[in-house]
Ligand binder design. Structure first.
Ligand code: CA2
Length: 147
């Protein structure tokens, strides 16, 4: 069975509890549920992991190969800084889609650059929690050979 990993970086555990103006009212659980529902509709399944620690995220990426078919990854602030996460993504053979809830290009200039985008299959930016679902659909459809 096709398996997806929804991976979330630092502070995303606060979703829905703080800053609803930027990130909306939905929780991280809501984001994960969107992916689980999309996966089930395609006869697949999804699991999730969130960490505030860069090394834990590197471990999760390394361990994903062989266990999951693709990763939906919101690296949060590490997007803009982490060569370690970039190297981890480069080292695995499964596709990773980078997701950002907010439109990072409308925000501070330090959020405009991603260290990870060029080693990811694609990026979904600024579409709120729907971005998680859209990334899941892109992966699932690519596995079905439709796109
Ligand atoms: O828009 C996104 O999804 C981001 O990845 C979110 C990160 C930010 O550093 C990126 O530039 C863009 C921040 C996640 C922090 O999430 C919070 C949620 C609620 C309250 C406070 C922080």
């Amino acid at each position: 069975m096709t398996r997806l990993l929804v991976l979330n970086g630092p502070n995303l555990n606060l979703l829905g509890k703080r800053e609803p103006g930027i990130y909306g009212k939905g929780s991280l659980k809501d984001a994960v549920e969107l992916v689980k529902t999309a996966a089930e509709e395609h006869g697949a399944e999804a699991e999730s992991y969130q960490s505030n620690h860069e090394g834990d995220l590197v471990d999760a990426i390394q361990q994903a190969e062989g266990k999951y078919d693709g990763i939906i990854f919101n690296p949060a602030a590490y997007t803009h800084t982490s060569i370690a996460l970039r190297d981890a993504i480069s080292a695995i053979d499964i596709p990773v889609i980078e997701v950002h809830i907010s439109n990072v290009h409308q925000r501070e200039s330090f959020r405009h650059h991603s260290m990870l985008a060029s080693v990811c299959k694609g990026q979904v930016v600024g579409l709120g929690l729907s971005g998680y679902r859209l990334a899941a659909l892109a992966l699932l459809e690519s596995f079905e050979g439709r796109r």
